[in-house]
Design a binder for this molecule. Structure first.
Ligand code: FAD
Length: 235
């Protein structure tokens, strides 16, 4: 669909009554065995200049079902952004993401905030599983200068890890773990960085249980609770 006709479609009364807004898919890329789906979107109704905290978009994934995904690496002028969806399990969100193709319409009901924005001066460390690639890249985009940012991606698949290493940010470090709840390699990685305790802020997202375990480990290392922002994405 052409961008002009999409803009007309956005004004149409059915979508307005349902309060759904529309965008379209520019490109889809599957990583590894198709278990990370990278989706580039054109969202003409979203003002990305307003994003001062890492946002999420609540998409309609079929019928009355909605799932939240985090836009990464947006271009406010072009009104484009990219989603990274963990599709290594079955669920309505995953099924929706697997079916998306170039030029498809997507509908969303809300753009909200994860309430995470990088501290203005401290060292920023993002931690998360594969559902958090968008969150980590968004934090990186919001951190100025980007050299203050380190992202640790807890990942279980070697091929995906290599893809992330080569294609995402040089400040995003995939750490291979045997399972998503095996946090020891992540803790070892953090210990090895010797972060300054008073000057480092952590932003943790992903599986609820893992988020809690990581937070506990950081507190045990001496970081204060105010330095650790957490948001569970799935359980
Ligand atoms: C603010 C916010 C932002 C988010 N951003 C992203 C994002 O950018 N990318 C992303 O992939 N997800 C993100 N999520 C998670 C996403 O919204 C869905 O919860 C997730 O995709 C699961 O939806 P589903 O319909 O596929 O499975 P569900 O119907 O929710 O679950 C089906 C089954 O799969 C299990 N399951 C769910 N997720 C996973 C998983 N990742 N790995 C293994 N098993 C799982 C569940 O325990 C359940 O048994 C975000 C969540 C929040 C709250």
């Amino acid at each position: 669909m052409q961008k002009e006709s999409l803009q007309q479609a956005n004004g149409n009364s059915i979508d307005e009554r349902l309060l759904l807004q529309t965008g379209y898919v520019e490109k889809v890329n599957s990583v590894g065995k198709g278990e990370i789906i990278e989706i580039s979107l054109y969202l003409p109704l979203v003002n990305m200049l307003d994003w001062t905290e890492v946002p999420y978009i609540k998409f309609s994934v079929g019928g009355a079902l909605f799932r939240k995904y985090t836009p990464a690496a947006w271009d406010a002028k072009a009104q484009t952004c990219t989603l990274f969806i963990d599709a290594a399990h079955d669920g309505p969100g995953t099924t929706w993401a697997r079916r998306l193709r170039e030029r498809d319409l997507v509908q969303y009901i809300k753009v909200g905030s994860s309430r995470q924005s990088p501290h203005p001066t401290g060292r920023i460390v993002g931690l998360g599983d594969v559902t958090s690639i968008g969150q980590l890249l968004a934090l990186f985009q919001m951190t100025n200068p980007g050299t203050r940012f380190s992202g640790v991606l807890l990942i279980t698949d070697r091929e995906q890890s290599e893809y992330c290493n080569k294609n995402l940010s040089p400040y995003l470090h995939p750490v291979l773990c045997e399972d998503t709840d095996q946090i020891t390699p992540v803790i070892s990685w953090i210990n090895a960085q010797k972060y300054s305790i008073p000057d480092t802020c952590f932003y943790i997202t992903g599986n609820d249980f893992v988020v809690i375990q990581l937070r506990k480990s950081l507190i045990a290392m001496g970081f204060a609770t105010e330095q650790i922002k957490v948001k569970g994405f799935w359980s």
